[in-house]
Structures are given as C-alpha cells and as structure tokens.
Design a protein around this ligand. Structure first.
Ligand code: NAD
Length: 479
C-alpha cells in the first residue's frame, strides 16, 4: 500500500518527494510508503479547507448529515477490508479490529450524522424586556491529530463532530498507523465527498503535526496522544488563541473491593489490563485489590492471564497481538526491567515472545503482571501503554482512594463493589474524567469523554464535541 495525501479531493505525493516506511509490527517488515509531508503540504491543505468552508458551513444540518451517513455506510460496506488493514498496520488481533475498531469508526460518523439533526440552541427569556438566543456557529478549519492505538476509531471520533458542526478539516493520522486513514480518503473519493472539506495529510508529528498546530488558517486543534506532545501543542496553540481539545495519557486505577462480583471482576480486569496489548488509554494498569480477596484474586487473575494466547494477529486464536512498533516494544521492555529494579515481584510474563513462521521478527510481549511495588514508584506512576500491570493490596477505602488518585494522570478509573454507597463515594472522590462501576469500557457515545490533571483538557463525545467545534454567539433582542 503506497499511501498518498488527500488534499482538495485529489490524491497527491508530498511536495518534498520524501517518504517513510510503513512497518507491519507482526512481521517487522516494511510493506509500503507513507508521505513525509512538510509545512508546504499543510499550506495546500489549509488553502483547500479554507476555500471549502463557506459552502460546507452553509449546508443545512440535514445535508451535512446525509454526507456523513454516506461515509458511515461506505465504512460499513468495507468493514472487512478496513479491519484487515488496521490489524496489519497496528498489530492488533484481526478479531478486535473487526468487532471493535471499524464498527466504532462507522458508528462515530453515524452518531454525529444523527446528532446534528437533534441539536438545538438555547434561548434566555428576559420577560417584557426582551430575550436572547445563542447561535452555535462553526469556527473554520479544524486540525485533527490522532494517535496509533485505535487508529480509525479515534481519527473518526474527531473528524465526524468537526464536520457535523460545519467546519472543514485537515486531519493527520499517526505516522505509525496511517493505513485506514488513507482508505478513508479512498472512500471520500468514491462517494464524491465535497472537495476540500476533509483533507487527510500524512507525516511525522514533529514536522507536519507541528505545522498544522502553528498554521495561521487552522483555527481549532483537536488532539489525542501523549501528555508531552499535548504540552508542546499547547505551548504553540494557546498564545495563538486557538481553541484546543487535548485527550492525553492515563495511568488508570482498577479498584476491587472484597464485596465485588468476583468472577466478573476477574474476567473484566483481565480485559481492561490487556485489550489491544494494553495500548488503550483507558486500560486499567494499576489494580488495587482489597486484602480479604487479594490472594484469591491473584490466583484467578494469573490463571486467566496465562490463558491469553499471544499469536499472529490474523489467526483466530490470537488474544494478544503485536505491540505497535519496535521502538514501543523496546520502551515497554525497559519498563519491565525498571519494575524489577524497583523491587517488583514478577508474577507472569516479562519477556518478548518469539513466534514461529510469518511473525518470527514481530514485536510481541507476553502479558506481564508484577506485585510488591509501592504506589509511588515509577512503574506505578508513569504510563507504560503496554501489556504490563501491577497488583497491590489495600485495607481501607481511604487507602484505595489515596493510591488511585496518587498520580499525575486522571483519565479513567474502575470500581468493583456490590455496595452502592461505596460506589457513590468512590465515584465522587476519584480524580478521573470517566469512572466505571462494575464494568469497563462500557461506552455510550452521548456521554462526556476525557480526563483531568495531565490526562487532558476538554471533553469529546455527545454534544460536548459539537460545543467544542462551534463558537457560541449570543444575540440579545430588546422588545
Ligand atoms: P503521540 O503524542 O506521540 O502522537 C500522537 C499524534 O500526534 C501523532 O499523530 C503524532 O504524529 C502527532 N504529533 C507528535 N508530535 C507532534 C507535535 N509536536 N505537534 C503536533 N502533532 C504531533 O502519541 P502516540 O504515541 O501516537 O499515542 C499514545 C498516547 O496517546 C498515549 O499517551 C495514550 O494514552 C494517548 N491516548 C489518549 C487517548 C485519550 O482519549 N485520552 C486515547 C488514545 C491514546
């Protein structure tokens, strides 16, 4: 697959003529080229998006909805092709891409296609004096930058509300996983999507990503990725007074009380720890278990973890695929060494898995569990973003809350208890934008999604995203 930029409804190579290799992490082999675009390519995309804005933003909500539904339907029609491309590009099990990633990308477009049909503006009545109504107008050109862990899923989660609200878009997928974004541009081409409305450009974050953030004609930045990248984006975009949404890293706590539904807590905690090789920002990597069930939980958890098959992502039995890249594999393996240096007891995993055949050079890591690490050590404080979790016992609710809240992050948290009062107290007390009680990753697209502290600024999801991608303008009329 030789990927090309999609600017103003036309496929093109980067102006500088440079390309990057696209690597399949399950084999370690390059299987295509990615444009290494530069600021001049962003200039072209920005000019196209700016020119397309007046006509796109003046379409009715129903007309924009109809275009987004066409995209959603086309994703659905190509679900298997897209899932295969996602699995190959990212290393995730094909089954996961087929049942989670691509259906969700389809649903993101459908959700915002229908959401704008039901959006309404506020009015504020001043009685005999007059009244106010608040318009929510699209802002202009939105820059949407997304990461590699859920490539098309998160790419579309930004693009769909930006377009639905009436903005035009320049979108950049991660250079590590650009394939499905490119296939999306093929879909746009096939359905005759209006030119210049959605431009998809490829390249390195420090080059083209930074050029998008700094561009004078790109008025709003929606970013999902690492906390350090978020900081550097803020440093550029904030003084330019751009609207910014930042969805950043996490180090999520999974707090399991003695009175939980034991079987459900074990099974779901395994999924929360290792789904997508632990490369989901919402994964529960710090598992706190109340003392009364700690040993029993540990035995059951390890038994389930040891049953997870690490295999070729394309095979039916794969529950754990490859991590996304060689660099990322090496980073995760370094964290495993760090956990040992910090005094952790390795309960299972802790090594690179060497498979036979097609995947013999692939980047696989065994699901890894440590215990006996203090809550304050680096292993329990820093985002590893791989198949590595820690188990820690606690005695009281206060102790669990202190440890759960004791990191710089605040994205998501999970609580397992059958006591409603505990659930409410913990839910209110946790420093997190998202709290799941007796479940994990149970998603309703209408709900606000995002984190506190170093996990981000702003919220995606539901009408929150439509609010972000519009400016409110109050009009006051005297009677
Ligand atoms: P990353 O920050 O390295 O890259 C994310 C995107 O930003 C990529 O497209 C990259 O090319 C681009 N980028 C890099 N430097 C840039 C710069 N200076 N200016 C503009 N763009 C730049 O993150 P990643 O490694 O791709 O993704 C993993 C991270 O994403 C993890 O920290 C994870 O927790 C986080 N994440 C957060 C959420 C969430 O919703 N909060 C969801 C998924 C992933």
């Amino acid at each position: 697959m030789n990927i090309r930029n999609y600017i103003d409804g036309t496929f093109s190579d980067p102006l500088g003529g440079q390309f990057l290799d696209n690597i399949d992490p399950s084999t370690g082999n390059a299987y295509g080229l990615i444009p290494r675009s530069q600021a001049a390519d962003v200039d072209l995309a920005a000019a196209a998006a700016k020119a397309a804005f007046p006509s796109w933003s003046s379409l009715s909500a129903a007309e924009r909805s109809s275009w987004l539904m066409k995209v959603s339907n086309a994703i659905d029609a190509k679900l298997d092709t897209l899932a295969l491309a996602e699995s190959k590009d990212n290393g995730k099990p094909l089954k996961l891409a087929t049942t989670v990633d691509i259906p969700r990308a389809r649903d993101n477009f459908k959700f915002y296609a229908t959401a704008i049909l039901h959006d309404a503006y506020e009015t504020h009545d001043m009685g005999v004096n007059g009244f106010n109504y608040t318009l929510r107008q699209p802002i202009g050109v939105a820059g949407c930058i997304s990461p590699w862990n859920l490539p098309l899923y998160l790419f579309s989660w930004k693009i769909a509300p930006a377009l639905a609200a009436g903005n035009t878009v320049i979108a950049k997928p991660s250079e590590v996983t650009p394939a499905t974004a490119y296939l999306l541009s093929e879909i746009l081409d096939e359905i005759g999507f209006p030119k210049g409305v959605l431009n998809i450009v490829h390249g390195l974050g420090a080059e083209i990503g930074a050029a998008i953030v700094a561009h004078n004609d790109i008025n709003i930045i929606s970013f999902t990725g690492g906390t350090q990248t978020g900081k550097s984006i803020s440093a550029v975009a904030a003084p330019m007074f751009k609207k910014i949404s930042l969805e950043l890293g996490g180090k999520n706590a999974n707090v399991i009380f003695d009175d939980c539904d034991f079987k459900d807590a074990v099974n779901t905690s395994v999924r929360a720890a290792f789904a997508n090789q632990g490369q989901i920002c919402l994964c529960g990597s710090r598992i706190y278990v109340q003392r009364g069930i700690y040993e029993k939980f540990k035995i059951a958890f390890l038994e389930r973890v040891n049953g997870l098959t690490v295999a070729d992502p394309l095979s039916n039995e794969a529950r754990i695929g490859a991590v996304v890249s060689k660099e990322h594999m090496e980073k995760v393996l370094r964290y495993i060494e760090l956990a040992k240096e910090e005094g952790g007891t390795l309960l299972t995993g802790g090594y690179r898995v060497k498979l036979e055949g097609r995947c013999k050079k692939g980047y696989f890591i065994a699901p890894t569990v440590f215990e006996n690490l203090p809550a304050t050590c680096r292993t329990n404080q820093e985002e590893i973003f791989g198949p590595v979790v820690t188990l820690t016992p606690f005695d009281t609710e206060e102790e669990a809350l202190t440890m759960a809240n004791g990191t710089a992050y605040g994205l998501a948290a999970t609580i397992w208890t059958s006591d409603l009062k505990t659930a409410h107290r913990m839910g209110a007390g946790l420093h997190a934008g998202i709290v799941w009680v007796n479940c994990w990753l149970l998603r309703d697209l209408r709900t606000p999604f995002g984190g506190v502290k170093q996990s981000g600024v702003g919220r995606e999801g539901g009408f929150e995203a439509l609010r972000f991608f519009t400016e409110p303008k109050n009009i006051c009329i005297k009677l």
